[in-house]
Design a protein around this ligand. Structure first.
Ligand SMILES: [Zn+2]
Ligand SMILES: [Zn+2]
Length: 146
């Protein structure tokens, strides 16, 4: 498979891999492509099924490891569902958080960060410096509330 994926997202991912000393393997590029082609968050099995269309021999463990790595790199955002499942999407450009509707599983981004400001307070009160945070809200979307 040669240069099958060449949109800007894939180019950016390649650049990031190079900077991190990682190889742009066909599986990694396929995962980026699949996530970028979808408007909604995808489960690991949905990602596997789509990747298999390009690379039939891909296994679940590879997809799992790839996604873990992408989340670590900040390339991909993972959303937790109440049943313990996860979904994935390409990280939004700007720092944002996710609201998950527990009735229809819709995920909505919100660009505000509830942690901003807390950093200074915690530093003053506890001497604690926040390096990273994970905030996700669970609730009911507008459609499900009716
Ligand atoms: Zn809903
Ligand atoms: Zn935040």
């Amino acid at each position: 498979m040669k240069e099958k994926f060449s949109c800007s997202h894939e180019q950016n991912a390649k650049k990031l891999f190079r900077n991190e000393g990682l190889k742009s393997t066909p599986q990694r590029m396929a995962v980026i492509h699949v996530l970028h082609s979808s408007e909604k968050y995808l489960s690991i099995n949905e990602i596997l099924d789509s990747v298999k269309e390009f690379l039939p021999k891909t296994g679940l463990a590879t997809i799992y490891r790839t996604l873990e790595m992408f989340v670590e790199l900040g390339l991909v955002t993972r959303v937790h569902f109440p049943d313990g499942c996860h979904s994935y999407t390409i990280s939004p450009k700007d720092h944002s958080h996710q609201m998950v509707c527990t009735k229809c599983d819709t995920v909505i981004n919100f660009p505000d960060c509830p942690i901003e400001g807390l950093n200074e307070t915690l530093m003053k009160q506890k001497g604690f410096k926040i390096n990273n945070h994970f905030v996700q809200l669970f609730g009911e979307c507008e459609d499900c509330r009716i």
